[in-house]
Design a protein around this ligand. Sequence first.
Ligand code: GLU
Length: 544
Amino acid sequence: MDYKALADFLFPDVKDTPDDIEARFPERDLPDGACVTRIGPSPTGFVHLGNLYNAIIGERIAHQSGGVFYLRIEDTDNKREVEGAVETVINAMDYFGVHFDEGATAEGDNGSYGPYRQRQRKDIYHVFAKLLTERGLAYPCFMTAEEIETIREQQTAKKENPGVYGSYAKCRDMSLDEIKTEIAAGKEWVLRFRGEETGETITVDDAIRGRLEMPRNNMDFVLLKSDGIPTYHFAHVIDDHFMRSTHVIRGEEWISSLPMHVELFNTLGWKMPVYCHTATLMKMDGASKRKLSKRKDPELALSYYQQEGISKDAIWEFLLTLLNSNYEEWRIADPESDYHEFPYSLDKMSVSGALVDLDKLRDISKNVICRMSSQQVFDGWLEWCSEYDAEQAALIRKYPERTLAALGVGRGGNKPRRDIETWKQACTFMSFYYDETFSVTDEMPEECDADTVKEFFTRYLASYDHNDDPTAWFDKVKAITEDMGFAVKPKDYKKSPDSYKGSIVHITNMLRIALTGHANAPDIWEVSHVLGEDITRDRLSRYA
Ligand code: GLU
């Protein structure tokens, strides 16, 4: 077979040589040890948590080492492509604070290693498809889906490995004339790699999993599909070589394809990147762990976290906790530092499934928000509301000073309040600061009957002076408490409950409920001063 003639026949439009492509994408000029990483999401419209999980690893190891982190859009499967999906990926990554140095952007490309959308790289793939054909290592295959299914059935019956290889690869040895005849007849073809049965083993040192040993590839796997677009396998090898990736961070579901990738890197004589196969995201389902499922688990979608108003910092801290076993320890020892200062390392990664625990995420989110300044909370919350809750955004904009002051209640100090869990939950928690959304949900304590309620609020309002400092204010509350037969010290009431109607706890709960709608609320004096005298008197006088 004249492979050169076959290559010229199959790829008449290829003009560039492999050397031209090498020259177009030179080695990057980076300091020693700098890592070049990427994410390669497919534009299906669904951005999953795993995309962010892998993005954070890539971003960290690139930026910690003075390297480059880029975005490549893996759109070789056009059946799955959704309009606007590239923007969706970019916006989601941006929302979660993942910024690319280079790659696909909504407007086009940024960087000199592009195009960064695989469908625009067809000419590059074809140079190497042609090269492999010329070397007799790739050939056109005309097998139909039915024929492939038939051999799969035979293989299953004989307990052999499924796939197109060896004697099952029926188009391997077609002559040039036969090929020309088939193509002239309009038969569809794919380009297959010519695998070799050697019985050898390959080893790959995975940066997360250590040494992987697998049988060497013997499959005639597909390089180009019938529309001339490459498979993931071919595109991955070409792109990560020419975009000069040093590390390939991807999900563990790709481990089984590694022999094909190793075969291609070796055949083309290129240095392999360092592979980093990350653990699958799991969740607890009853007592057992299972994979997160797109169908059953809304939390697999990144949009879930946006809609729930989980801040980017909370997600980062949560994912870093999952990613590096020593992150939590570092955070406890150093509660103030920015998480970007954490020395992230690939060898501290778990290889068993990463457990996504939403309760833990909410807890981390509370801690993150309670460490923020009032202004940071204000900005983060308003930004979220502007997109997800227009009514709340309007209230914040109408009462900016009150909102900022409200966010300061219980903030700072050694034991800051942990009232706000997510931006969405902040809308519920903060609702009592605005008459527009205020409502009383809790019942008055049972120790306080209707007469007690009325008497208390009448006396409270009569003696209320908005200018009292917290001590003067509390002295007045205590005086009324005592006067009305309630214990000023809760422990006195506990000791002899029959001597009192209740304790100061019931009195202050009554006040909290009248003022905020809830017994569990921040400091009454502070809340009154955020609301101002008019609103305070107005809410309390409803009970007097
Ligand atoms: N497009 C692949 C995916 O979405 C990317 C895998 C890779 O990063 O190489 O799984």
